[in-house]
Design a protein. Structure first.
Lengths: 296, 333
């Protein structure tokens, strides 16, 4: 009985881990190139909306996921281009992404479905594999694989080295023949695409529909995880799983301690804050993070 | 740039022209979203822009908490810190105000005591940054959500209106509009004096413009961070206090009376170009857009969040002063 409960929580944590992990890996790639995108929250919202709309219109899971990834990639691209070419303050630009995505998707809810709160239920389902009798989404397993691949690519490939050089010392990177601006925009687009997949997963698998402000702070939990991991995709798996565990516990307690549901809802946020406060923000961030590269 | 260094007059006008350019970009953004999602863009955007200006008293009452939350954002911003936690500080300030007022305590106790709850939240963000290195943006958002649900819990359990579910008790005696206005103006002036006429403000500004220079100016980085965030929290708490004490009179478990106070304050602070005086006209502009959004819902059935889109695009434009300068040179140069 207790083992069953532990396994149930362990496997639901895997599901809740997935969007955090995908977005964290995307943000690690973006940040190691020198761009910080705090608009992950907005990308979650916009891509969840795109995925939900596509799922309802076409009924196709593939198209729905594609729509989510595309929406995320486009926002990542736009944020990257604005950061690089317009030399924006990347924190403020990221906040703007969040405000615009929140507002525009509510306008969309009203215009398309005539509601202000939530879209109809989605009728598409993620493929799952059964592990110890627990249905686990394939994307959850894929997200771990993606983290491992990103870790290897950043550490051991030429492209990964070039990307990290852009985030550490863009002038030296340029001297070695790396196109800093192009690399940063590509990294931001890839980061956005991963956050977009995360947003689609959130709408399809976790919530089952689009709801206003669907991300509910998860984008910032991913940002906390990026620092927690020390910009290392492998450690991000551990961090994301821990944050997933907090959410799994929160959801469980909301159902079984109704009177204290509001208190249970604070668990992921208070837990994240406690974890980053105890772990500290020690790891060194990329040296040229959030600084525009201006050629002389 | 083409601007001559000696041309002080033009230089003063520049921030204004840039904010105007941002408004134009924001309106274009709202226009595109409205058209793309099937609303009449001309009718809906002109309603948002103009209909909020009809009732001046209402306009001012909406703008006062926003001016305060903008101050809560820009004071730490001048030290290079992003107080995204104004939202949560406003929630807890509003809750504290409801509680203090429910005890029968009248002016000025609510506006003195309730903001202390927000100050505590700001202090925590500052301490976590100084001693644990926790990025203030992340700790702010985590606190915002924690405070959101904590306030919901407290309202539903301890401060519930006996007749209306999910709603807090009502404020018996609201703060008259004139007194709220005088209070807001006094705080704007106080923040102006702190920033430009005190050693603390000097250290805050030095830290924001060149952190390396701070120790040569005799300031301490740790102390500046904690003081700036605590003051930011205090102002955020006061914004929430005024939101219930001068505008709504109650809060509910979805925080609808206070929701957005902090985030809109960010927009107000940026449009006011991070200066206390600039916050005043900016708060009126943003309030007009927010009220315009609600009129839009009443008249055309389009969601008020269209105004949020315009404001968000304005913030995006203001994130890139370099690009904005080029744009305003094109428009008015």
């Amino acid at each position: 009985m207790e083992l069953d409960f532990a396994l149930f929580i362990a496997f639901s944590s895997l599901t809740f881990m997935t969007p955090i992990l995908l977005a964290s890996v995307g943000e690690i790639i973006t940040e190691r190139s020198g761009i910080v995108n705090i608009g992950i929250e907005g990308i979650f919202i916009a891509s969840a909306f795109a995925a939900a709309l596509t799922a309802i219109i076409t009924g196709s899971l593939t198209l729905s996921l594609t729509a989510g990834v595309t929406a995320g990639a486009l926002i990542g691209l736009a944020h990257g281009a604005i950061a690089v070419y317009l030399r924006s303050d990347q924190i403020i630009a990221g906040l703007a992404v969040n405000i615009i995505a929140y507002g525009a998707t509510i306008v969309g809810l009203a215009s398309i479905w005539g509601v202000h709160g939530a879209s109809p239920r989605l009728e598409v389902y993620m493929p799952t594999v059964s592990i110890l009798g627990y249905k686990t989404p394939l994307v959850s397993l894929a997200s771990i694989a993606i983290a491992v691949i990103a870790w290897y690519a950043l550490k051991a490939t030429r492209a990964g080295l070039a990307l990290r050089a852009c985030g550490e010392d863009p002038r030296a990177a340029e001297a070695l023949g790396v196109n800093v601006n192009k690399t940063r925009i590509l990294a931001a687009t890839l980061g956005g695409a991963l956050a977009g997949l995360a947003g689609a997963f959130l709408a399809i698998e976790i919530v089952g529909q689009f709801t206003r402000g669907i991300a509910a702070g998860r984008g910032f939990i991913a940002l906390a995880n990026v620092a927690f991991s020390g910009w290392n995709p492998l450690l991000a798996i551990l961090g994301a799983y821990t944050f997933g565990l907090l959410e799994a516990l929160s959801v469980y307690l909301q159902q079984y301690a109704l009177e204290y549901a509001y208190i249970a809802k604070t668990i992921p946020y208070l837990g994240t804050l406690t974890i980053v406060a105890i772990a500290g923000w020690k790891a060194r961030m990329p040296r040229s993070l959030a600084k525009p590269y201006i050629k002389e | 740039m083409r601007l001559a260094r000696s041309d002080i007059g033009l230089k003063r006008v520049y921030p204004l022209l840039e904010s105007l350019a941002a408004l134009i970009v924001g309106v274009i953004g709202g226009f595109i979203v409205a058209a793309a999602l099937g609303y009449d863009p001309v009718a809906s955007i002109s309603l948002i822009l103009l209909s909020g200006l009809g009732n001046l008293e209402y306009l001012f009452s909406i703008s006062m908490p926003l001016a305060l939350s903008a101050l809560a954002f820009i004071l730490p911003l001048r030290a290079g810190l992003f107080n995204i936690g104004v939202e949560g500080q406003a929630y807890i300030g509003a809750l504290a105000a409801i509680y203090i007022l429910s005890l029968g305590l009248g002016f000025p106790l609510p506006v003195i005591l309730a903001p202390l709850a927000g100050a505590l939240a700001g202090f925590l963000i500052g301490v976590l940054k100084v001693y644990r290195g926790v990025n203030e943006v992340v700790s702010s958002i985590m606190l915002n959500w924690t405070l959101f649900y904590t306030v919901s819990f407290t309202v539903s359990r301890y401060l519930r209106d006996p007749l209306i579910v999910h709603q807090s008790v009502r404020v018996d005696r609201m703060l008259p509009a004139l007194e709220a206005l005088i209070l807001t103006l006094a705080i704007v002036i106080a923040v102006h004096i702190i920033l430009y006429r005190t050693t603390l403000g000097y250290h805050i500004r030095v830290m924001g413009s060149s952190p390396e220079a701070l120790k040569y100016s005799g300031g301490s980085e740790s102390r500046s961070i904690i003081v700036a965030m605590t003051l930011g929290g205090l102002l955020g708490g006061l914004a929430g206090t005024l939101q219930v004490y001068a505008v709504s009179g109650f809060i509910d478990v979805t925080m609808s009376a206070v929701f957005g106070t902090g985030f809109m304050g960010i927009a107000v602070g940026l449009i006011g170009r991070a200066t206390p005086i600039g916050v005043l006209p900016a708060s009126i502009l943003i309030s007009a857009l927010i009220i315009g959004g609600h009129r839009l819902e009443l008249r055309l059935g389009a969601p008020p969040e269209l105004a949020d889109v315009i404001i968000g695009v304005m913030v995006l434009a203001l994130s890139a002063p370099y690009a904005l300068r080029l744009l305003s040179l094109k428009l008015w140069g």
